[in-house]
Design a protein around this ligand. Structure first.
Ligand SMILES: [Zn+2]
Length: 205
């Protein structure tokens, strides 16, 4: 009678068909008689695909989770970056409208030139956006430009802005004011200061 430990040592080779025909016969017979070795044989010859595929699946699930987390992290990072860019753009480039209390403006006339000098006093940088003001459409369907709207904005001072960045000068010809209805509007918060042919040279503190 073959001893169990010999059979058990040989089982892997037996399963791989690497034992001699005689040994194979001995082992087969032993397996018929011995519960313990048969149990081990059954265990060793059971398809291992299930367990391995399960662990594969677990590994894939794990990778998926890792990837999902990575994507979530990347999205969070991307969102944070977008917000940062948006905030920087807002504070450095777009800005907020300047209120009346933070802006000093003076007007001056030099030859045929009219000028308005603006200075922002709250430590921020001044950006002035200009828009044309259009009049009534004429018979040919053209809307004439009848003025300029000046909209001062405050942004954070930054190296992006050149030079003296808390002041701004806007110039126009006095001739502009003699045209009918021509005006220059300085918009400060909700207040408009309107310069027309009647009052273009008056100084305002
Ligand atoms: Zn045995």
């Amino acid at each position: 009678m073959t001893k169990c430990h010999i059979v058990q040592d040989l089982l892997p080779s037996y399963l791989d068909g690497l034992v001699s025909a005689e040994t194979e016969t001995d082992i087969r017979q032993h397996l018929q008689d011995c519960d313990a070795c048969r149990a081990l044989h059954a265990k060793l010859s059971a398809p291992i695909e299930n367990t391995s595929s399960q662990s594969d699946k677990k590994e894939i699930d794990f990778l998926k989770k890792v990837r999902k987390k990575t994507i979530q992290k990347m999205l969070a990072g991307f969102t944070a970056l977008l917000l940062l860019v948006a905030a920087l753009t807002y504070f450095l480039a777009i800005g907020s409208p300047v209120s009346k209390k933070d802006l000093i403006y003076t007007t001056s006339v030099d030859g045929d030139q009219w000028r308005i000098n603006m200075e922002l006093t709250n430590g921020k940088a001044l950006l002035v956006r200009t828009e044309s003001i259009y009049g009534e459409e004429n018979s040919s369907g053209v809307k004439p430009i009848v003025g300029v709207l000046l909209k001062p904005y405050q942004v954070l001072p930054s190296p992006l802005l050149e030079g003296d960045n808390n002041s701004f000068m806007f110039g126009s010809t006095i001739n502009s004011f003699t045209k009918s209805d021509y005006k220059i509007i300085l918009r400060l918060g909700n207040d408009d200061v309107i310069f027309t042919s009647d009052n273009y040279d008056k100084q305002k503190p």
